[in-house]
Design a protein around this ligand. Structure first.
Ligand SMILES: [Zn+2]
Length: 433
């Protein structure tokens, strides 16, 4: 008799109905109405919806510890007056560990099994990701100015090379080269980052065209808008993931499509920091590869991809005065399959041969009954607390609402302790005026 690592009994697939799902070697091996087989572990889904898990394609997870600070400020004030001074004081391997544990706990609870992160001490983010059993594409921000990572651009590049080497052979965690943005990296730094990524065959992850102010600044400095500027120095390719991409003109959208650049749309962060609304339906229509991210939890203020995709779908309907501008199925695909495939992972669909990254969603709650159109109702009405089970690469990370790979009580306790230290520092700052 066949034997599976994991067997899910009586799940409900939106377009098919009740099924059993057999999982082997981290992949979906079989989907049938009934599977009679042995399994190392069996989950009885009792009719819960099976959906692909989410891919959070742009975030700064350790910033979980700075959640809620500097609310109601625009991006540059928020960064310069609040976030950078706090990071200068507090960011350390211990801070990054506590923030990452808190962030991954939240991500597992809300159904995410891949995140693309850019921050300091990413080796610590990698350790926690492996412990938690979640996929992560990691790189520290490369900048022209000194931080705790490095002093000069060349030193950043050297550190990025060492970091990439240190992750060689890992299955869940992979290195990414992360020049921070065209306004914080000179053309020379961007070129060196691009060369390193090409040499090591890695993805690049960068912030681009987030605010109107950035566009003006790049125009002044280089005589070009951000995407044209990146194109002119040979930076763009299908291995580049650009976060935000709010302010692009028609020709820039063509460049992005032609180069195969991946866009990480971050609607809630763009709304909260008043950066603007990226014309995502236009990108989709023109064949740009669009993915979704929350951005850091300090500018969102959470890592909840279900909420993010619901916001995305409604935002673009309203902004375009068109209820079809972003339909529920497109929104779900952007938040799942498009994210995984952007970094070469065959996941985001519940089909045989795909990676076993999926969630089970309970629909036995008042806000999901009666259930007529499961996908639309998940997109517009489900909450992350409806997510009952989360599976990454065939491993059960959460079952019946209980996270199995992290110590929730300890993590919340430590987050509160960090919160107290950070609060008293903020009080001191304020009293000094
Ligand atoms: Zn960001």
């Amino acid at each position: 008799m066949e034997r599976y690592d994991l067997l899910i009994k009586s799940a409900f697939l939106p377009d098919r109905g009740g099924v059993d799902i057999g999982i082997k070697d981290g992949k979906i091996a079989r989907i049938e109405d009934h599977i009679e087989a042995e399994a190392n572990y069996t989950i009885h889904a009792n009719g819960k919806l099976a959906l692909p898990s989410f891919a959070n394609m742009h975030t700064h997870v350790p910033m979980s510890l700075l959640r809620g600070i500097g609310a109601d400020l625009p991006l540059m004030d928020w960064l310069q007056k609040v976030i950078w001074p706090l990071e200068g004081e507090f960011v350390s391997p211990e801070f990054v560990r506590a923030g990452t544990e808190l962030g991954i706990l939240e991500m597992i609870r809300s159904g995410t099994t891949l995140f693309m992160d850019m921050y300091f001490f990413e080796e610590v983010v990698g350790e926690v990701s492996k412990e938690a059993g979640i996929r992560a594409g990691l790189g520290f921000g490369i900048l022209d100015f000194p931080t705790k990572v490095a002093k000069t651009p060349d030193e950043y590049i050297k550190r990025a090379r060492e970091f990439a080497k240190s992750l060689k052979g890992e299955e869940l965690v992979f290195p990414v080269i992360c020049p921070h943005a065209p306004y914080t990296c000179s053309p020379d730094t961007l070129r060196k980052a691009r060369e390193l990524a090409e040499e090591l065959d890695l993805y690049l992850h960068i912030h681009v065209a987030e605010t109107k102010g950035e566009v003006e600044r790049i125009k002044e400095e280089y005589g070009n808008t951000p995407v044209r500027h990146l194109e002119s120095i040979g930076f763009l390719s299908d291995k580049v993931l650009c976060a935000h991409m709010v302010w692009l003109d028609e020709e820039e959208i063509d460049i992005v499509r032609e180069r195969g650049v991946k866009v990480a749309h971050c609607p809630e962060s763009n709304l909260k920091l008043a950066s603007g609304i990226a014309p995502i339906p236009e990108y989709v229509r023109r064949g740009v590869h669009v993915t979704l991210g929350t951005d850091g939890p300090a500018s969102n203020d959470n890592l909840d991809m279900l909420e993010e995709l619901s916001t995305m779908a409604k935002l673009h309907k309203g902004a375009n005065l068109d209820a079809k501008a972003m339909d529920a199925r497109t929104a779900l695909k952007i938040a799942t399959e498009n994210g995984f495939s952007a970094v070469g992972i065959k996941a985001g669909r519940i089909e045989e041969g795909y990676e076993a990254d999926l969630i089970l969603v309970s629909t036995e709650n008042p806000h999901l009954q009666p259930l007529y159109d499961p996908i639309a109702q998940v997109v517009y009405s489900a909450r992350s607390s409806d997510i009952d089970t989360v599976i990454c690469r065939g491993k059960v990370l959460m079952e019946k609402g209980e996270v199995k790979t992290l110590d929730e009580e300890r993590i919340l306790h430590e987050a509160k302790r960090w919160g107290e230290r950070i609060s008293s520092f903020l009080d001191r700052l304020r009293s000094q005026g």
